[in-house]
Design a protein around this ligand. Structure first.
Ligand SMILES: *Cc1c(COP(=O)(O)O)cnc(C)c1O
Length: 383
């Protein structure tokens, strides 16, 4: 046996993985699911038919490995982004989660550090752990913004190989101002990832980091089809970066990492971008209305450029979360203590959420606790 291997429960598991639960929000079978920031509108039948047709075409060649470089898809993604982005600058994988893991595999590793600003996306420390990269967090301010001077000082001190910045940030919805990003890019010695999973939902005055790419060879912008494109089930995310960065990601990917079926489905979705993205404007308006409603109820609401809203603060947020679940509404218990996150659903889902929240708050005020049905739901039915 290798020196240092201590079997835990009979398995020679890496010690840092012992007792660790796999990451993921509860997938519960409830009527109104507003907990993982999905697009609430399924693709319409025309898009479904186009995807089915494209997948059938790919199925005719399933005896062969797919295009390892996914050139057709990369051309389509570059075309969607516009602004002079070339296919050589685009790197697709199974969700932007895999793209960011590729970044850590290529640029992180033992003896290197990755840095983020909490509260932020819970997967970042996991990519670091899985690649033996040290993980360091700076703190966001009370309004969830990143203090420019503190960020610059921290990046100087830590000299991280990778900086991970979500903009808009999850779970807070906060966008990163261009001057903060510029300052971090200026001092960061390694690559700087701007995770723009929610970019299409940003408000009109909020810029994308894509425009900084020509001037910054170590900037990596990641995007996904999981949110705005209503394609969470397709598992397609991508990085946009200098061709040299993409070449580094190509070194660490598994051979044929992106299935021919996924490539075909993603291309069909992209061909219907205008139809799919038409819903985004509605969702942005519904987000602003929902944030206004929550504020009108006397709650604190984080400013959001995404398709969700973080709201609070509750003395016992778990009680509120459970009360909502008892009423068939699933939100996410995440972020700093006292806060909850709700994804923007359809108007009827938002109405159900609003009614349930009013009821729960009235109950909490009068001292009524949640009932046992929720416990059964949590322990039993899984979707
Ligand atoms: C949802 C989300 C993603 C997208 O992940 P996929 O793997 O593309 O589905 C990435 N980053 C953040 C911050 C997210 O919230």
């Amino acid at each position: 046996m290798t020196a240092g291997v201590r079997p835990a429960g009979g398995l020679p598991l890496r010690p840092e993985l012992v007792g660790v639960e796999p990451y993921g929000a509860p997938q519960l079978d409830v009527a109104v699911r507003l907990n993982v920031n999905e697009n609430p509108y399924p693709p319409d039948e025309q898009v479904v038919a186009a995807v089915a047709n494209a997948v059938a075409g790919a199925a005719r060649g399933l005896n062969r490995y797919p295009d390892r470089e996914a050139w057709a898809l990369r051309r389509d993604l570059a075309g969607y982004l516009g602004g002079g982005v070339l296919p050589e600058q685009v790197w697709p994988a199974n969700g932007s989660n895999e793209v960011m893991l590729h970044v850590l595999q290529a640029f992180g590793g033992p003896g290197r550090t990755a840095l983020g600003f909490a509260p932020t996306y819970s997967m970042y420390p996991e990519y670091a752990r899985n690649t033996h990269t040290a993980w360091v967090t700076g703190r966001r301010s009370d309004d969830f913004s990143i203090d420019l001077d503190a960020a610059v000082a921290l990046v100087r001190r830590q000299a991280p190989a990778v900086v991970l910045l979500a903009s808009p940030n999850n779970p807070t919805g906060t966008a990163l101002p261009p001057d903060t990003l510029a300052a971090v890019l200026e001092v960061a010695p390694g690559v700087v990832v701007v995770d723009e999973a929610y970019a299409e939902f940003r408000r009109d005055q909020t810029p994308s980091a894509l425009s900084l790419l020509p001037a910054h060879p170590r900037l990596v912008v990641t995007r996904t089809m999981s949110k705005a494109f209503a394609g969470a089930g397709a598992r397609l995310g991508y990085a946009v970066a200098a061709p040299a960065v993409v070449d580094a990601l190509r070194v660490v990917r598994l051979p044929y990492h992106l299935s021919g079926l996924t490539q075909a489905a993603a291309r069909a979705l992209l061909a219907h971008a205008p139809t799919l993205l038409a819903r985004v404007d509605e969702l942005r308006a519904d987000r602003d209305r929902l944030a206004g409603w929550l504020a009108g109820r006397g709650l604190e609401v984080a400013e959001s450029d995404a398709n969700f809203v973080l709201f609070g603060r509750f003395a016992d947020r778990h009680l509120v979360w459970r009360g909502l679940l008892d009423r068939g509404v699933l939100v996410r218990e995440t972020g700093p203590d006292g806060w909850l996150r709700v994804s923007v659903g359809t108007p009827s889902e938002i109405a159900a959420f609003r009614q349930a929240l009013d009821e729960v708050r009235a109950d909490v005020r009068s001292g009524v606790r949640g009932d046992v049905a929720t416990v059964d739901l949590l322990n039993g039915t899984r979707r």
